[in-house]
Design a protein around this ligand. Structure first.
Ligand code: ARG
Length: 458
């Protein structure tokens, strides 16, 4: 097919070269951004007297017609075109004749694609941020429901100290809040307009880049034209933020998978978010959580792919940069799906509070509290720690728990023990006494919930 850029060459490329070169298969999803950018460009050209306002009106009408036609299915995107930019310009020229050919004055596909991708990803960030907020709401609701539910807290996956399920859930809420913040931060740096950088060096036309930037909702413009067309650090940053988000979702998934196993039986997932096995009738598999954990790998891969694509590129534009899109689109699609499924899974999940409690009762997780008891009675912590450890060893030997040991036994280890020790090692008391900010006490978890809720209304 003859090319719009035919001139220096005859433009008669081999079909296989065309297919290889083409990006329309994946960049067609930016048609709205491409057309919006072109409408703004036409308006700027007229405002600066570079084209007439009659021409600009025709271009803008023509572009808005193309947008409508694509939206309502009247115009199919031609996958034989090189990219979405060429497609839109080609249709415009078919519809308007020579006027259509004026649109590409004082711009290049290099600044055009840099613009489109920023506009597209800016919207994706907003969508993803809204989905994170929905997940946060679901987590906060669960945390509220289970703010007094005692469970073992773990280190090294060994029972460590008693906490509440609400406290545990709120840990993920804090991580997701930072993920939101990272996205906001990334959006800020992404939101600088590259349009007007042209091919690489700017232009001899008297353009007004700030007019375009303002109309397109940017906070400012890329101040160096080479930089504007050749960096994709905003996509790297977004992929970094999405990768971190996926780390959080993946860890949360891993816990849900563990908790819903017969070995733990801490949570029950809704049938709507689990699957059965085709051979083992007893199975209820946490596939959604496993997939979220698994899909984290592809998002990290998207990040690595882009970093690797960019690392050896000389300035300014190189065709390698066409490879910037699929990965970041895939990451956005993946994250959006993961967040939606995760929110549904969390909001329909219930805790098996009795099992959590009994696991908490079996793990000597009040041993620190026992040591603290002796410290409060005047013993140095290291000595108290040792006695507490010896008492745990004794319990293990006698197949009992700290709560069941008689006072006499305690007193044979230290005269400082008296009847009130049983109160000090009661699990509810252990939780309630952890009043330090951020700790597991009810008041502290309530404060965390209030904080996150407050952040969500901002
Ligand atoms: N499809 C290209 C891309 O995605 C658009 C820019 C092409 N520019 C060029 N000079 N070949 O990067």
């Amino acid at each position: 097919m003859a090319k719009m850029w035919a001139g220096r060459t005859d433009g008669n490329t081999e079909k296989i070269a065309d297919d290889f070169n083409s990006s329309i298969r994946f960049d067609s999803r930016m048609y709205r951004q491409d057309i919006t950018g072109s409408m703004t460009h036409a308006a700027m050209l007229a405002a600066q007297g570079i084209i007439t306002s009659e021409d600009a009106d025709q271009l803008i009408d023509g572009l808005s017609g193309i947008l409508n036609d694509i939206d309502n299915g009247a115009l199919a995107i031609d996958m034989a075109c090189e990219d979405i930019h060429m497609f839109v310009e080609q249709v415009l020229t078919e519809r308007l004749g020579d006027v259509g050919k004026k649109l590409h004055t004082a711009r290049s596909r290099n600044d055009q694609v840099a613009l489109d991708i920023r506009l597209y990803l800016r919207d994706e960030i907003d969508t993803i941020a809204a989905l994170i907020k929905e997940l946060l709401m679901a987590i906060v609701e669960k945390a509220e429901q289970y703010k007094a539910t005692i469970m073992p807290g773990y280190t090294h996956l060994q029972r460590a100290q008693p906490i509440t399920f609400g406290h545990h859930l709120m840990a993920y809420a804090m991580m997701l809040l930072r993920d939101l913040d990272r996205l906001k931060d990334c959006r800020k740096r992404m939101n600088q307009s590259p349009i007007g950088c042209c091919a690489l060096a700017g232009t001899t036309y008297d353009t007004d880049r700030r007019f375009e930037a303002e109309r397109l909702g940017f906070d400012g413009i890329c101040l160096n034209s080479l930089d504007g067309v050749s960096d994709r650090d905003f996509s790297v940053e977004l992929l970094g933020a999405l990768s971190t988000l996926m780390v959080h979702l993946s860890r949360f998934s891993e816990e849900i998978i563990l908790w819903s196993s017969w070995e733990f039986k801490f949570v029950e997932l809704s049938d709507a978010y689990t699957t059965g096995s085709s051979i083992m009738p007893q199975k209820k598999n946490p596939d959604m959580a496993e997939l979220v954990r698994g899909k984290s790998g592809r998002v990290f891969g998207d990040l690595m792919g882009l970093l690797t694509t960019l690392k050896g590129l000389p300035l300014a534009y190189n065709k390698d940069m066409q490879e910037d899109k699929e990965g970041v689109f895939d990451a956005c699609d993946t994250v959006k799906m993961c967040l939606q499924v995760f929110t549904g899974m969390i909001s329909t999940m219930s805790a098996n509070t009795a099992n959590m409690k009994s696991a908490a009762q079996k793990g000597f997780i009040n041993a620190t509290d026992l040591a603290d008891y002796l410290v409060k009675k005047g013993l140095p912590f290291r000595s108290a720690y040792k006695i507490s450890g010896q008492l745990v060893a004794l319990c293990i030997e006698k197949h009992t728990v700290l709560e069941e040991l008689p006072l006499d036994t305690y007193r044979s280890f230290s005269e400082l023990f008296s009847e009130d020790l049983y109160q000090a090692i009661d699990l509810t008391v252990c939780v309630e006494k952890r009043i330090s900010e951020g700790g597991t006490s009810l008041a502290s978890v309530e404060a965390q919930i209030a904080y996150v809720k407050g952040m969500l209304t901002k």
